[in-house]
Write a protein that binds this ligand. Structure first.
Ligand code: GLA
Length: 397
């Protein structure tokens, strides 16, 4: 957020919550982009996401009662949440994410002090960049800090994940919340979602831009086929376990096990789902080595293979994301491109030579607009930091 946007947010916060400056603190959590390893996290597999610079700012002032007043830059209503009304309420809109975090903290035995929370952000909604995980991690970080019992990064990720799955009701994996909490600038997070072992891998290349192309086709995980894909994976795991396979997670299957496993599953659709999980997991497990070796061209091939597998085997791309990725593959200077996140709409992520970015945008827009009658939008970004407090001199307190 630049200086003038910060000033606008500060003024809006003070209109919403007048008072002294000393009781105000400001926190930030980013959105995320996943480079490879899609629909692997809830199968206990590998992912390779990074944080982006865009995200959510959570301005908070501790209250002396136990009410939480929630407002945002994009909604007119101020929502008040009280301890006796901590259940999901569709009328609350985005404030459900805040309520969900309060609920998850209290489930863990935290005393959450009342607070005025004002949320503002630079993430496009519905773009598949994890605006909800960003909001939840920022809120968990903020509320635990004003309570005086600061969560660690991992704990903040887990609280945000509990809010999303147990309160909002989205059966997502842990990738988004983890990277939003643990990310570091210029690095991606290689995370094994089953064991939660992770390491940061440098991922900055001279003269290469990180370009996110938003299809502007909204997606909603609650009613998307996301849950259906998860159930299919659970059905496969159940069938293999019943056949005597000792598998903590589906992603524990190696490519060499695939032929025998697919015999047991029999159903061709489930066979394709498994094909995706096994090979996508293998790509995501080994991709950090390509990054360490600086082999961007092979990395680009794997990103393309990932998209093709999500298109043909896992069937979560759709015409819009396919058009964006397939057009990108034909543009000189585009090193890599694939859908990112859950799919069914949302965005692609591309690595593009800096000198080719303008032509990339022009050609993608032309093809996409012609086919769908509306334009995509672009975010040229960089790998940024995970959740943190904004120092007072930066927000102008
Ligand atoms: C969404 C979920 C993640 C993950 C991706 C697909 O972003 O929140 O947990 O499953 O989809 O890789």
């Amino acid at each position: 957020m630049n200086g003038s946007a910060m000033r606008t947010a500060r003024e809006a916060f003070w209109r919403f919550s007048p008072g002294d400056v000393d009781s105000v603190r400001v926190f930030f959590a980013p959105g995320r982009v996943n480079l490879i390893g899609e629909h692997t996290d809830y199968n206990g597999g590998y992912v390779l996401p990074g944080a982006i610079r865009e995200g959510t700012w959570c301005w908070v002032r501790k209250r002396s009662d136990t009410r939480w007043r929630v407002a945002s830059a994009t909604e007119d209503q101020v929502v008040t949440v009280t301890p006796d009304a901590l259940s999901y309420d569709p009328k609350r809109g985005f404030a459900n994410y805040v309520a969900g975090v309060i609920w998850a903290l209290r489930e863990r035995g935290f005393e959450v002090p009342g607070a005025d929370c004002y949320l503002t952000g630079t993430l496009p909604q519905g773009a598949g960049l994890s605006s909800s995980a960003s909001l939840e991690v920022a809120t968990a970080w903020a509320l635990s800090r004003i309570a005086g019992v600061p969560l660690s990064e991992k704990e903040a990720a887990q609280v945000a994940h509990e809010a999303e799955t147990g309160f909002v009701g989205v059966p997502c994996g842990i990738m988004d919340q983890y990277v939003v909490a643990l990310a570091r600038p210029g690095q991606v997070l290689s995370l094994s979602a089953g064991s939660l072992e992770h390491r940061l891998v440098p991922a900055v290349w001279p003269d290469v831009a990180l370009v996110i192309t938003n299809s502007n086709k909204p997606h909603h995980l609650v009613d998307s086929p996301y849950a259906a894909r998860r159930s299919e994976c659970e059905a496969i795991l159940g069938a293999l376990r019943r056949a005597g396979w000792d598998l903590p997670y589906l992603a524990n299957l190696r490519p060499s096990d695939y032929a025998a496993a697919v015999e047991i599953i029999a159903d061709p659709v489930l066979g394709r789902r498994l094909h995706h999980v096994v090979w996508e997991n293998e790509r995501a497990r080994l991709a950090p080595d390509l990054l360490s070796d600086g082999d961007l061209s092979q990395f680009g091939e794997w990103m393309r293979a990932s998209h093709e597998s999500l298109r043909d085997d896992f069937e979560v791309t759709g015409a819009e994301l396919d058009t964006l990725a397939e057009t990108a593959w034909t543009i000189p200077g585009c090193i890599a491109s694939r859908m990112t996140g859950a799919g069914f709409g949302g965005s692609t992520v591309s690595l593009v030579a800096e000198g080719a970015v303008e032509e990339f945008q022009r050609r993608i827009t032309e093809t996409y607009q012609q086919r769908f009658g509306y334009a995509p939008s672009f975010l040229i970004t960089a790998l940024g930091a995970g959740v943190h407090e904004i120092p007072r001199d930066e927000w102008g307190g």
